[in-house]
Design a binder for this molecule. Structure first.
Ligand code: CAP
Ligand code: MG
Length: 430
């Protein structure tokens, strides 16, 4: 019988380490047995002994359960990198995030973190721009990038869409993006929307002297995404937005390769992530998903706001942002592994969802300035409309960066005053 548990095993630099939360099913003897089942099913074994298993295979490829925290149900498994194909995220997930989630011997299982060895990290492109590259592209050096999402999410026609973008840019926002479910609709054709919106962008840039950015959502099957990216490039676009989880990991790898020579920054929207990340006893953490996206190489990634409408606590969001922006992560054993990124560029985190201008002081205090802050309803919901909403956001940022209390500052600017009238007592009903 192959034994997969060895609490004296010391992982090597050639091991991929996976950390799980494991809740065994009642019929499973104990946590050690549950761990054995996980190690087996995620690598070389199956539910029963087999005549075709050779000693050489187990010697070379057997993973080791080397850490079991019975109290917290935390388990770490070291897998030799020989078990994984380089530059193939799908295969890694099919192994360590595949069948094991459905095993009857487990009540629930959650993949908490992965530590990738150097050979695997080096087999991926990583982000093309990185934070420095985005700041060079946008010519915004020492403040967060400010953006909005055109609302209603879908429903406007191409001309109306372009006008909303113009109002937001005129009011002072840097970025306008499509919403996650806006692609090519009967009432809003993708190419016409891009054409009209980039024409308005150029007009506003001329007027304001500020660079402005449109992030069109090219989400579709890969061949169509490539056609749409080509069109955006031809029209002078500088970004594309992709819904990374509804398109999938393999599609994202293909698009990262395709976009590599096009100088188009990738804004990664994470719609559907909560199907895997939300339930704390089962699924895959956003930390793991964010690490996979750093390997693949998106440039901006939604990671949570802490204060907004979407789930995602302070510790979780800060851990994720640290993981995608720093080069060396020192794990804290309980819920964070160490990770060396071996020079892979960082991703610029995006905070979006339920935010309004009055959140800016807390956003900067908790998340810092190397961020994108996006306000959908918090722009278009301003009592005096989109342009005023954009002005209120810029005013709130200016006040915060100059350490001036927002209420004090609002006495001198109308748009922020009106934002207080609408959202002054506003808190997200959790
Ligand atoms: C925000 C948003 C974003 C979510 C994504 C929306 O609009 O456009 O998609 O924030 O959430 O559709 O809700 P509002 P996350 O500013 O009007 O809320 O960033 O957590 O993935
Ligand atoms: Mg959205």
């Amino acid at each position: 019988m192959v034994d997969y548990v060895d609490l004296n095993y010391e992982p090597t630099s050639k091991d991929l380490i996976a950390m799980y939360y494991v809740d065994k099913a009642p019929e499973c003897k104990d946590l050690q047995h549950a761990c054995m089942e996980i190690a087996k099913e995620s690598s070389i074994g199956t539910w029963t002994e087999i005549s075709t298993m050779y000693k050489e295979i187990t010697r070379k490829l057997k993973p080791f359960v080397f850490y079991i925290d019975e109290k917290n149900h935390i388990v770490k498994i070291a897998y030799t990198e020989e078990l994984f194909e380089m530059d193939n995220i799908s295969q890694i997930l099919s192994a360590i995030a595949g069948n094991i989630f459905g095993m009857k011997k487990l009540h629930s299982l959650r993949l908490l973190d992965i530590d990738f060895p150097e050979d695997i990290v080096n087999s991926y492109k990583g982000p093309k721009f990185g934070i420095k590259g985005i700041r060079k592209l946008t010519k915004i050096s020492n403040r967060p990038l400010l953006g909005t999402i055109v609302k209603p999410k879908v429903g406007l026609n191409e001309k109306e869409h372009a006008k909303v973008c113009g109002d937001a840019w005129r009011g002072g926002l840097d970025i306008v993006k499509d919403d996650e479910n806006l692609t090519n609709m009967k009432f809003n054709n993708f190419e016409e929307r891009v054409d009209k919106t980039l024409t308005v962008r150029d007009q506003i840039e001329d007027k304001t002297g500020e660079k402005k950015f449109y992030m069109p959502n090219i989400t579709a099957k890969v061949s169509t995404m490539k056609e749409r990216a080509d069109y955006v490039k031809e029209r002078g676009g500088r970004y594309v937005m992709i819904d990374i989880f509804t398109t999938g990991f393999s599609a994202m790898m293909e698009m990262r390769d395709y976009l590599d020579t096009m100088d188009l920054a990738i804004h990664a929207h994470r719609a559907m992530h909560a199907a895997f990340t939300r339930v704390k006893e089962h699924g895959i953490t956003m930390l793991v998903l964010a690490k996979l996206m750093r390997l693949i190489g998106v440039d901006q990634l939604h990671t949570g706001t802490i204060v907004g409408k979407m789930k995602g606590g302070k510790k979780e969001v800060l851990n994720i942002n640290k993981e995608i922006t720093e080069q060396q992560i020192h794990g804290n054993n309980k819920n964070l592994l160490s990770q060396n990124w071996y020079g892979l560029k960082p991703i610029l985190p995006v905070a979006s969802g339920g935010l309004n201008p009055l959140d800016i002081p807390e956003l900067i205090e908790t998340l810092g300035k190397d961020m994108v802050f996006q306000f959908g309803g918090g722009t278009h919901g301003h009592p005096d409309g989109t342009e005023a909403g954009a002005k209120a956001i810029r005013q709130a940022l200016d006040a915060t960066l100059n350490n001036i209390d927002l209420r004090e500052y609002s006495k001198f600017v109308k748009e922020l005053t009106r934002a207080f009238e609408k959202w002054g007592k506003y808190t997200i009903n959790v």
